[in-house]
Ligand binder design. Structure first.
Ligand code: HEC
Ligand code: HEC
Length: 283
């Protein structure tokens, strides 16, 4: 029998046997004593309506066995088996984390082509169920990502507001400025602040820079998001802006987008899918 080769199992069995023998023996002794009509032994002297009490201190062997069991239980749980031993779950986690490390070092410096390939793969598996294979949002089930990262998205955000990513500043109110001004700010952000692309309206950039004061109160005048209080607009149109969404998740007007910060995507995979999402945009 295999399990008898294991010292801890044998010790546990011996312990169990000792406890059973002690219990049966001592219980038997008292049951026998109860059955005899003539009680013997010392009385404690307490008397309740004529009923006395025997002085029966706990037998030393029994108390020692009881305390020993507690010590044994603690030892067994913390040092013996359950928490200090091999587990398949632990082995699995270890293997996954080793694999992730190898993956991260293999792709430590990916070129654009690699990011796009990896990003497309991640997108099809993780994002397309909600955003659609082409990223069009499947008739409003999720955000249409084909306008994401461009100037129009900024204009829409300024007109409609934005909420649900859980930034410390809460939501961005709708209607901070009119459409023409938003257009100018968008030109400034895209071409000057984040330098993510060429604006369609370069003549508006100077005006947009002035108007950006309205945005700077929350996003910082440098557009860096004031230490995480609001999204960093310096990243607008870049992979990092998508990565920020992935790390925050979003409970918006369309619906709920889960957070992707639970380790199911590595940093490189997030950057890759961010790069891919940006490529879906119109500009
Ligand atoms: C009252 C503070 C506040 C002001 C003022 C503000 N924003 Fe925002 N902005 C936020 C917050 C908070 C978010 C994140 C909202 C969310 O959870 O989606 C945000 C998000 C954004 C986003 C990202 C939207 C998205 O879909 O993820 C853009 C773009 C943006 N703001 C641009 C601007 C511009 C341009 C201005 C100036 C016209 C501006 N914001 C003014 C607080 C502000
Ligand atoms: C369970 C469905 C679901 C999955 C999976 C999902 N999304 Fe989303 N996503 C949404 C919804 C819904 C919204 C719109 C939230 C809103 O604005 O109400 C959204 C919004 C977005 C936005 C815009 C956020 C903003 O601030 O406006 C981006 C970018 C995005 N998703 C990227 C991704 C990427 C990349 C993946 C894959 C890694 C992904 N999503 C996976 C449902 C999903």
């Amino acid at each position: 029998m295999n399990w008898l080769n294991d010292n801890i199992n044998v010790l546990t069995l011996i312990g169990a046997a000792v406890i059973i023998i002690l219990t049966v023996g001592i219980a038997g002794k008292y049951i026998k004593q109860m059955k005899t009509d003539k009680a013997t032994g010392e009385l404690t002297g307490d008397n309740w309506d004529g009923i006395g009490e025997f002085s029966n201190p706990l037998p030393t062997g029994w108390s020692l066995a009881f305390l020993g069991t507690i010590v044994w239980g603690l030892w067994y749980f913390f040092l013996g088996y359950p928490v200090a031993t091999f587990s398949q779950i632990g082995q699995y986690n270890q293997e996954v984390s080793d694999y992730t490390k190898r993956f991260e070092s293999k792709w430590a410096n990916p070129d654009h082509e690699t990011l796009m390939g990896m990003g497309e793969g991640v997108f099809l598996v993780q994002c397309s169920p909600c955003h659609g294979i082409t990223g069009d949002g499947m008739d409003g089930k999720a955000r249409d990502l084909t306008t994401w990262g461009g100037e129009n998205h900024i204009v829409n955000t300024v007109l409609k507001g934005s909420k649900g990513q859980g930034y410390p500043l809460g939501q961005m109110p709708a209607g901070l400025m009119d459409k023409a001004s938003a257009q100018a700010v968008a030109a400034y952000i895209v071409q000057d602040l984040s330098k993510s692309g060429k604006s369609k309206h370069p003549e508006l950039i100077a005006k947009g820079k002035k108007l950006f004061a309205t945005c700077g109160g929350c996003h910082g005048m440098d557009g860096k998001g004031m230490g995480g209080s609001a999204p960093a607009l310096v990243n607008y149109g870049k992979a990092q802006f998508v990565v920020a969404v992935l790390n925050h998740g979003k409970k918006g007007n369309i619906g709920v987008m889960p957070k992707f910060n639970d380790g199911r995507l590595t940093d490189i995979q997030k950057t890759a899918v961010g790069t891919y999402v940006d490529s879906l945009g119109e500009e």
